[in-house]
Design a protein around this ligand. Sequence first.
Ligand code: UD1
Length: 340
Amino acid sequence: MILVTGGTGFIGSHTAVELMEAGYEVVIIDDLSNSNEAVLDGIKKITGKKPLFEKFDLCNLKLVDDFFKQYNTIKAIIHFAAKKAVPESIEKPLLYYENNLVSLINLFKLMLKSSIRYFVFSSSCTVYGDADELPVTEKTPMKKANSPYGNTKQISEEIIEDIIAAGHPVKAVSLRYFNPIGAHPSGFIGELPVGIPSNLVPFITQTAFGIHPELMVYGNNYNTPDGTCIRDYIDVVDLSKAHIKAIERLLPGKMKSDFEIFNLGTGKGVSVFEMIHVFEKATNVKLKFRVTGRREGDVEQIWADTSYANKELGWKAETSLEDTLRSAWKWEKYYRNQSK
Ligand code: UD1
């Protein structure tokens, strides 16, 4: 059995599907603070089965303890549960430090008392800050994080590293995601931002659906070929599949060291203008957009060197950007029409 914390969230739900389709039994913990229990129905529509689900906050040590006593056949933990909104983390740093770090500490406290030995951590390319070299490899030096959210990811990786260095018999993999986008091709699960989305793709699909009058492009005077920021957008299903590879790498002890880190991206940088054009081409929907000022805290450009993950994890992004944006659009329409 695999524990997926944050399993009703965006990447967690897609990973639960991939795990179940690969034959793993899944139990999800989520406090539903940024997701909806209906996601479990979406997972069932795809896999034919509802995963086990427990609703509680991982910051409550007693509840985590009770959970581990009840579920004693867990072999590995994939830890997604965390707060992830960059602007909110700048406004409410304590909330982010407390939520993201205490939940991790609680999980490890009880994991070390249990027979669970394998841990996969949901990290982010944000740990690199404003990197000096592109593309970034796992060895690219980390700069100061651009936000408290980013700092929680840096600190979390350090906590895991220190636990393992102290000789505790656990193995961990940290997966540094670049920009996860898209949805399951079935259209039954996808990204469900609460309130106005701050990320580009949900804003694009909501604008295409008519929820917003236009998309704001945050700056076209960057030092990039078309002046807009560049990111490495990775399909969420491709990304989820990397978690199965990480579990497989942990389980039979194939690791080179007890804590390994992998970049998960496509290896290709795409600008905001390119995203708009590819979305229009893939969906035949015209997008209204307007260039506005830069958004505070935005990195000019970042994309991954994924050769280490390709070689060592045996994983590679496969879905085209057109297909990914088509899935995101399919999900947006399904979700909006369902909730009418
Ligand atoms: C941010 C974080 C990342 C985090 C992710 C979580 C930074 C540097 N990165 O990603 O660590 O994991 O959120 O969700 O803070 N854009 C527009 N108009 C919009 C929205 C976005 O032009 O309405 C542009 C942004 O300026 C950026 C690109 O689209 O250049 C991608 O933005 P977004 O999807 O928010 O992702 P990041 O900022 O890269």
